[in-house]
Design a protein around this ligand. Structure first.
Ligand SMILES: NC(=O)c1ccc[n+]([C@@H]2O[C@H](COP(=O)([O-])OP(=O)(O)OC[C@H]3O[C@@H](n4cnc5c(N)ncnc54)[C@H](OP(=O)(O)O)[C@@H]3O)[C@@H](O)[C@H]2O)c1
Length: 248
């Protein structure tokens, strides 16, 4: 898929999956604005430029809606337009409902959901003239809950419905809005940190392995490309087939 000449903003590019998403966009020829907050995207930007691509770093606190708008404006100004946005930044704390505070609930909802609302609104404003693609990274937990993740699952379910609503309202401007729902994605040392989870996933997955950040990136590149020109309001599950399993 050739995205030469396009500019994409990837939030949470300093994280594990965001890194893979940004890398796949760069490999497809897109100019990448790599967002970070407390972490760094220096090595990612260096890697993309060293391979002949274009990349810029941008920092923002996505729980601040004004910072979301500023980030989108600066990303747009970089090359005079914005063709795609991937709302990937998010947090995944574990907290049983019985002990969950309203503050803990709000932190997850603000970071995972309200940030995507604010970034989408800002991006759609600049995409109105020539269209664009917006993709939220949701999760299979948006349709299947996991213990200790009520706030997380609720935020991801809401992201899926936000994307459908946005697809409805922005379609006439040529703006497509979709979600990608990953299953368990590999990260460095995950086999060491969570051997039981990795084993259970490998047993459950028809494709017998964990996903990679690039598996998620491939789905995002597809949705941003012309090959997905008639796809909007869709939730693309990228989970090695786990959601296809019977649950009883
Ligand atoms: N890991 C999985 O198996 C999995 C499965 C399904 C869905 N997902 C989703 O995929 C996305 C990425 O997950 P990941 O595993 O790559 O997580 P990660 O490595 O922890 O990365 C999280 C990213 O979110 C950014 N972030 C967090 N709070 C922020 C804030 N207030 N403002 C701005 N940026 C903020 C972080 O930026 P800094 O580090 O620079 O602060 C980081 O880049 C998340 O939405 C997650 O829910 C993950």
């Amino acid at each position: 898929m050739d995205l030469s000449g396009r500019t994409v903003l990837v939030t949470g590019a300093s994280g594990n999956i965001g890194h893979g998403i940004a890398r796949r966009f760069a490999e497809a020829g897109a100019a990448v604005v790599a967002h970070h907050f407390g972490g760094s995207v220096d090595s990612l930007v260096h890697e993309i430029r060293a391979a002949g691509g274009q990349a810029a770093a941008i920092s923002a606190d996505l729980t601040d809606e004004n910072d979301c708008a500023r980030m989108v404006d600066e990303a747009t100004a970089w090359r005079g337009g914005l063709d795609a946005l991937v709302n990937n930044a998010g947090v995944q704390p574990v907290q049983p409902l019985a002990d969950m505070t309203a503050e803990q609930w709000r932190e997850v909802v603000d970071t995972n959901l309200t940030s995507a609302f604010a970034c989408t609104q800002a991006a759609a404003t600049v995409m109105r003239e020539r269209g664009g693609s917006i993709t939220h990274i949701a999760s299979i937990e948006g349709t299947r809950p996991a213990p200790g993740h009520a706030h997380y699952s609720a935020s991801k379910a809401a992201l899926i419905m936000h994307a459908r609503s946005a697809a409805l309202e922005y379609g006439r401007f040529g703006i497509r809005v979709n979600t990608v729902s990953p299953g368990l994605i590999s990260r460095p040392a995950i086999e060491h940190d969570w051997p039981d989870g990795v084993r259970r996933w490998q047993e459950a997955a028809p494709l017998t392995r964990l996903g990679t950040p690039e598996d998620v990136g491939n789905a995002c590149v597809f949705l941003a490309s012309g090959h997905a020109a008639w796809i909007t309001g869709h939730d693309l599950v990228v989970d090695g087939g786990v959601s296809a399993r019977p649950t009883w």
